[in-house]
Design a protein around this ligand. Structure first.
Ligand SMILES: Nc1ncnc2c1ncn2[C@@H]1O[C@H](COP(=O)(O)OP(=O)(O)OP(=O)(O)O)[C@@H](O)[C@H]1O
Length: 250
């Protein structure tokens, strides 16, 4: 476990400007252009995160909980460096391994082997590192010669094997997860779960955004509850889940 890993967010907000369908139509743009020159197009602003202050230290297994649309995925993407805060600051010490947005980086026309490299680069690995682990990743997939064929020829279970093999061959001090992945058939799932457990055990920090409360209870030692992009409770997993479940019953 890395004692140095650390994440610090100060007053982090993320907003998305959204043009409504009507606003984007040619007619409305024309009408605006000829009749309302003074009124600049004002997109609707969605606030996904609102003033987040958070410190995550080595040893923390942090769960992010909250209702649909509360901001969990957005926060995970900020922690991964995929989204930049529109306000506030993020400091990250330690190498991040992003085990969510599972299919990002794949190319249907490229072979399994080519996709191993593409996907590895997307999740934060270095080229040299993926090259060094190529044989190990290939072996983990158990796909054999099929790795020479384009991804579009794969069944969904085969695709998941590839995704998972790449994801778990790369180590990170900070592991970012959205759900533990129930991949493939029974035999592969067991193997996948064991590999994921090893990665998490070695990581200094785990951040898990999930609706799976049993998984959270068995994995996390801290939690935050998000509501409309704000942290409303922060504490031990038990405290936060009690509040979340209480609120959910109302
Ligand atoms: N790219 C985007 N453009 C506009 N709004 C967005 C975008 N991404 C997220 N949002 C909005 O930000 C808010 C938070 O979304 P987010 O996906 O982070 O929620 P979540 O807690 O992960 O939800 P769920 O549990 O349903 O996955 C929501 O209101 C969502 O509609």
């Amino acid at each position: 476990m890395s004692p140095q890993a650390h994440i610090m967010l100060r007053n982090v907000s993320v907003t998305f400007p959204v043009l409504s369908f009507r606003d984007r139509s040619l007619r409305s743009r024309f009408v605006r252009a000829v009749t309302l020159r003074r009124a600049a197009a004002r997109p609707h602003i969605v606030t996904a995160l609102d003033g987040i202050d958070l410190d995550i230290r080595a040893g923390d297994r942090l769960a992010i909980v909250g209702a649909n649309g509360a901001g969990k995925t957005t926060l995970l993407r900020v922690l991964a460096g995929i989204y930049h805060p529109t306000a506030g600051s993020l400091d990250v010490l330690g190498r991040r391994l992003s085990l969510f947005d599972l299919s990002a980086g794949f190319d249907e026309e490229a072979t399994g082997y080519e996709n191993i490299m593409r996907r590895g680069l997307v999740i934060g690995a270095r080229r040299i590192e993926i090259d060094a682990r190529r044989a190990e990743i290939a072996e983990f997939t158990e796909l054999g010669d099929r790795l020479d064929l384009p991804l579009r020829t794969y069944s969904s279970g085969m695709m998941l094997r590839l995704i998972f093999a790449v994801a778990t061959a790369v180590e990170g001090e900070i592991v970012l997860l959205d759900e533990w992945i129930g991949v493939g058939d029974q035999q592969f799932r067991k193997k996948a779960r064991l590999r994921l457990d090893e990665i998490v055990a070695r990581a200094g920090i785990l951040v898990l955004a999930s609706h799976d409360l049993d998984l959270i209870k068995s994995t996390c030692n801290r939690a935050i509850l998000l509501e409309q992009g704000r942290i409303v409770v922060s504490g031990t997993t038990e405290e936060v889940l009690a509040r979340y479940l209480g609120a959910a019953k109302v």
